[in-house]
Design a binder for this molecule. Sequence first.
Ligand SMILES: Nc1ncnc2c1ncn2[C@@H]1O[C@H](COP(=O)(O)OP(=O)(O)OP(=O)(O)O)[C@@H](O)[C@H]1O
Length: 342
Amino acid sequence: MKTIDASHGEGGGQVVRTACALAAMTGEGVRLVNMRAGRRPPGLAAQHLTAVRAVAALCDAEVAGLALGAREIVFLPGRIKPGEFRFDVGTAGSVTLVLQALLPAALCAPGPVRVTVTGGTDVRATPTVDYFQRVFLPLLARTGARASLRIVRRGYYPRGGGEVELTIEPCGRFAPLRLEQAGALELIEGFAYCANLPGHIAARMANAATARLAGLRVRIDTRVLGRTEAFGPGGAIVLAARTAHALLGALAVAERGVPAERLGELAADELRPEIESGATLDVHAADQLLVYLARAAGPSVFLARTLSLHVQTVCWLLEQFLPVRFRSSAQGALSRLEVMPA
Ligand SMILES: Nc1ncnc2c1ncn2[C@@H]1O[C@H](COP(=O)(O)OP(=O)(O)OP(=O)(O)O)[C@@H](O)[C@H]1O
């Protein structure tokens, strides 16, 4: 069993989620110490606890020390099994981060997995469900992984209560991604949504994003998503830029006191430098895809505006579990990362 100092690098929840996913995938037990040591409050919050429980249920793991606020756990995985699972974060903690923990292992199950997660669907500083569905999953599909997300109900702070259902097909080995250049910009799509707020909020977000990106001289196709049942007021906008070879995402989540127009502009201002830099993965997709690329059938490569601390930390963690090497270099103003599984 290995011991991982979960305060290394970025030192947040992602180290915990990824370490449990890797333990499940490799069958090797892990002791995680100093979990979220630098966060206030430190230790596991509801979202992290649910994520660990979800991976544990999927692989029949024994987990010692698992509790709210825990700073140390021991995770002893069993076999990954297919089937239907249901988890409830219990707060507005992000459902997609629970899926982030579960999905790498679920794709290694010997049969289909269907998982229902209840919690927050559009949470700041996390992938919103629309980013997950329209940016992350399509990128993951390029590795041959097949998973589809159904948004049953949206849920917002403080109650959460949103529900999503992820269906995952078994996947042999992941295909590598060779994202050497973005190529010409072809289309920008936008998806705006709001719940239990005046309907014009979503339209204003979408219109402001469109106006902000007009100078790029490309077709911009933004739309307001149909309303589903939702707990609490909230909303978000996701933008997805398609180039010949890349798909780049950006988002903004509604916040009390921030005008709808400003949210559309914030998302546009996130997306624009991704497009103009020539990146082939946006800064967030980069850290989210690494675990799959590290297990791919050959070397992968991508260009990112910057290798975030999340990326650097996940690379370090992957090296603790897998026979994989990483090589980073500068390509103009971009960072190029090669992922080389043994
Ligand atoms: N704007 C965004 N768009 C897409 N993904 C995002 C965005 N912001 C953050 N993420 C993703 O959300 C994840 C956040 O992980 P992180 O460990 O920081 O969160 P956490 O579990 O809430 O932990 P902590 O509270 O300890 O920081 C990362 O995978 C990151 O790429």
